[in-house]
Design a binder for this molecule. Sequence first.
Ligand SMILES: NC(=O)C1=CN([C@@H]2O[C@H](COP(=O)(O)OP(=O)(O)OC[C@H]3O[C@@H](n4cnc5c(N)ncnc54)[C@H](O)[C@@H]3O)[C@@H](O)[C@H]2O)C=CC1
Ligand SMILES: CC(=O)C(=O)O
Ligand SMILES: [Mg+2]
Length: 370
Amino acid sequence: MIIGVPKEIKNNENRVALTPAGAKELIKNGHEVFVQSTAGLGSGFSDNQYTEEGAQILPDIESTYAKAEMIIKVKEPIEKEYSLIKENQLVFTYFHFASYEPLTKAMIESKSVCLAYETVEKPDRSLPLLVPMSEVAGRMAIQEGAKYLEKPLQGRGILLGGVPGVRPAKVLVLGGGIVGTQAAKMAAGLGADVTIMDISLARLRYLADIMPANVNTYMSSEYNIRELLGSHDLIVGAVLIPGAKAPHLVTRDMLKLMKPGTVLVDVAVDQGGCIETCKPTTHENPTYIIDDILHYCVANMPGAVPYTSTLALTNATLPYAIELANKGWKKACGENNELKLGLNIINGDVVYKGVSEAFDLPYHAVENYV
Ligand SMILES: NC(=O)C1=CN([C@@H]2O[C@H](COP(=O)(O)OP(=O)(O)OC[C@H]3O[C@@H](n4cnc5c(N)ncnc54)[C@H](O)[C@@H]3O)[C@@H](O)[C@H]2O)C=CC1
Ligand SMILES: CC(=O)C(=O)O
Ligand SMILES: [Mg+2]
């Protein structure tokens, strides 16, 4: 198969979907790999490192899309890329369709095959291609939150861990999955007073067992969230309904319950956000203020730490990419249910329920295609 690796063009997106080591593995399996010039640079990989492993370099994004049967990338295609995607081309990347209708419509029109990293799912319901980036984003949420709590950056001016004789800051984490767990662990490590909420009692039991003493668990409900908002300094949004739009757990009217300078980090922004006043921001311009509450809603947080994120992501994606290249998407998805669940749009038909429901589009059972 001919595989294309474009350079990411989202704001400050420095990850790349394939490392030179990954290119080597695909080529060993008999495939041709074409990498757009400088695609790896932001993650520390030169064009030469790819060509030494047998990959070929293409000069621009147009030729990379034009050449490839399978595109492997990181972020959802952005507007400039829509017209480059061709009928029957397999696109393997994050899409987060349910949060953005124009992308969904454009990919339907392209008649390509869209296999979304974020909905590839294992039998235990874990999301193997989302987990590594959720680990990064969960950890980063606290780093960023701590920074924006500083007064010159318009936060409350409170140190997460406090100091002897002064109480630590309070951190509230909404959602106790991968992002939430990593965020809670980091905040606890810095000495904050942490509460983590989830709707799954089983998950809260697990977290109560493994978390340090400065992390408390609390059942997620509107009543309980309202109760805590006024006493917390940093609030991290970390809920997910796989493939669907995130529910708004913090609504606009709740902002007035919070102290001025409270920082909201809505990691779930890529699925629409679990804080109603959240709208996607970029690393260049990551925050805005509404009613004295600072919002941080960067939709590609891991893009800022590409030396960690590219390796973490490609460790997880490469085995699936090899399977897709070796068998073609139809056979690979027919034989591997994890990959089948990643299919969101096939030749113009929406085959993922959460996406069809988000925009009231006709739903087609994926079984009809593989
Ligand atoms: N902004 C960024 O750069 C990044 C964003 N993400 C996003 O972060 C979000 C979370 O991802 P993961 O932690 O991997 O998901 P996950 O599936 O591991 O965890 C989600 C948790 O939310 C809980 N939940 C669902 N409804 C809830 C409710 N009403 N109240 C409280 N908890 C609720 C679930 O029970 C689950 O434990 C996703 O939208 C993901 O795409 C992930 C990586 C990077
Ligand atoms: C998961 C995701 O949206 C990201 O890593 O950017
Ligand atoms: Mg994202």
